[in-house]
Every structure is written in C-alpha cells, then in structure tokens.
Design a protein around this ligand. Structure first.
Ligand code: ATP
Length: 311
C-alpha cells in the first residue's frame, strides 16, 4: 500500500478587485483595493494538506509565466511536491474576482488556462504518483474525463478516493462507483439530488441518494453547521469547530478536504478525520484569503484539543 496524498486539480491566480459596484460595459471605475494570491480548488486543497503535515503530491499544469512561478513558490513553502507540467504555449489559470467593498458579495470569472488542457494522457503520465499514494483527491475544475481516469487508476490500485464534485459541472456517472468519500457542499449536493439541503434530514436523504448512486460514504459540507456523514453504518452531523469569528469563508471547503485527506492518509477513522478537517477549515475561515489562510499542524492540533476539552 502507498503512503501520502495525490491530488489532481487546477491552479489559478486569484486576482481580487474591491469596488463599490461592478462597472458597466464600456465604463471604467476606481477600485478601493486589490489582492493577488494562489487559488484553484485542487491547489488550495494541496496547500491545506501540506500545511497540515501531509506528504502531498499535486498533479496539474501551469504556464511559463509569473502566475505559474507564484504557484511553484507556494508549493515550495508549504511542502507540496509539484507534479506539474509547465506549458510554453498556454498561460497559467487566473480568476477575476470582483468584491463589493460594502457587502462582500462577489462575481467571478475563472479561466483555467494550462490546467484546462489536462487530458486523459496527462493523467496517465502521472499514474505512478496516484498509485504510490494511499489517498487520492480530485474535483471538477479540470476536464471531467481526467477526473474519471484518475479515479479509475486510484481504485484499481486500492487507493482511497475522495471526490469533490465542485463546481457543479456534469461528470460521468461511473465516478460514483469509484468514490470512497463523496464530498459536495450544500448547493453541489442539491444540484445532483434535485432538492434543497436545509436541514440534517435533507442531508441524510441526499446521502442516501449518493449511496444508491454508488459512493461508499457521503460527506456533505454544511458551512457553519459542519459536515453530515452518511454511510451504510453511520449517519450523523459532525459540528463545525471554531475558536474565533469567521471573517472570510472562501476556501473553507478546500481547507476541510485538505485536512480530511491528511487525517485519512494517517489512518484515522472517518469521524476523527472529519473532525480534523473541520478544525482545519475552522481556522482557515478566521483569516483572509484561501491558500494563505490554511493553518499549520500545530494550530489544528491546538484547536482540536480545545474542542475536545469542551465536549
Ligand atoms: P467555499 O466554497 O467557500 O470554499 P464550501 O461551500 O465548499 O466553501 P462549506 O460547506 O461552506 O464549503 O464549508 C466547508 C467546511 O468549513 C464546513 O463543513 C465547516 O466545517 C467549515 N466552515 C465553514 N464555515 C464555517 C464557519 N463560519 N465557522 C466554522 N467552520 C466553518
């Protein structure tokens, strides 16, 4: 059996512009702030796992440009092994994020750039990385056929699979049967089951649907409420954990997945691994940004000790 985590996904540079409103077509307005940072779900999950102390390998593609350089620097700083192809003829992915400086509401354009070209052949090139892991994680920001191929490789090699169906893009139904832990948020779960997830009962019903579709365990993230676990032997809510007010929940789902995968790869049972993921996300939401908000292992362990003391 392998060790560590392999993640397939995309990197984008998040460029966030603050202003009082969106400009109209043809108009230029003055902004009130700007920030630049590494983003992309797979990349954020890899950084979360790296900070949490995992041996994590991130499979992706970037451009030969300053945004791509920024990605490699953050992997270096956070102990993520970059299994990354640098393309000369495609730019790194980038996201335009408009943030309303009064309400915090946002509007986003994501262009995956080089990572949008991740093909089945690219996944095949990294077969050894997936097979050497004990946990594999992917999402739906890169082409969905690449996710399917990677899940097949992982399952055949006996690697535990975590599939985060985000964003809510279409994917091959064969993915369900290849998934050990299916991790949608409320809106992604609702898009699949066709009803809103508002209560614990809704989450349980959605979990039952996902099991019928073929996943082994569903973990539905419910924001500040926590995570609902549904499997044939377990159906319960694990409450969110926090020690300070949330100021920026962007990337909360990625923090949860990075933490959860870290704990799974260390051999923790599902409930304890979900708690570890909740502690990781519970700290990330108290800081601005996505990747830069991910906590260290010491911070996660300290929050878990406090929450166990309370329980
Ligand atoms: P995003 O799209 O913003 O990255 P998401 O919608 O994918 O997030 P959520 O379900 O909002 O994911 O959050 C994931 C996990 O993060 C939750 O299950 C919870 O453990 C934690 N979390 C989210 N919001 C809070 C909060 N306000 N306080 C504490 N923990 C939180």
């Amino acid at each position: 059996r392998g060790t560590g985590i392999a993640i397939l996904g995309i990197y984008v540079a998040d460029t966030a512009y603050l202003a009082s409103r969106m400009p109209k077509i043809g108009e230029t307005i003055s902004g009130s702030g700007f920030s630049l940072g590494p983003g992309g779900k797979g990349s954020n999950q890899a950084v979360a796992a790296g900070r949490a102390g995992a041996d994590v390998h991130f499979i992706s593609k970037i451009g030969n440009d300053p945004f791509g350089k920024m990605a490699l620097e953050i992997y270096e700083q956070t102990g993520v092994t970059a299994e990354i192809e640098v393309m000369d003829d495609m730019p790194s992915g980038a996201a335009f994020i408009f943030v309303n400086d009064e309400t915090g509401d946002n509007a986003i354009i994501v262009y995956p750039g080089a990572a949008g070209t991740i093909s089945i052949a690219d996944v095949e090139k990294h077969r050894d990385v997936i097979e050497a892991a004990n946990v594999f994680v992917t999402q739906l920001e890169q082409p969905a056929e690449a996710a399917l191929k990677a899940l097949q490789i992982a399952r055949t090699a006996g690697v535990t699979t975590v599939f985060n169906p985000a964003p809510a893009n279409p994917f091959d139904a064969a993915c369900y049967g290849l998934t050990d832990y299916f991790v949608p948020n409320e809106s992604e779960a609702a898009a699949i089951v066709g009803f809103e997830i508002e209560t614990e009962q809704d989450a349980r019903r959605a979990g039952e649907e996902f099991l019928k579709l073929g996943v082994k365990t569903a973990l539905i993230t419910l924001g500040e409420k926590g995570v609902y676990i549904h499997s044939p032997t377990l159906s319960r809510l694990i409450p969110a954990i926090s020690n300070a007010p949330a100021i920026d929940t962007s990337g909360a789902g990625d923090a949860f997945i990075g933490g959860f995968a870290t704990a799974l790869s260390e051999g923790l049972e599902v409930e304890a691994a979900v708690q570890f993921g909740c502690a990781t996300a519970g700290i990330a939401v108290t800081r601005r940004g996505t990747a830069p908000a991910m906590p260290t292992r010491d911070e996660i362990d300290a929050l878990l000790r406090i929450s166990e003391g309370r329980a």
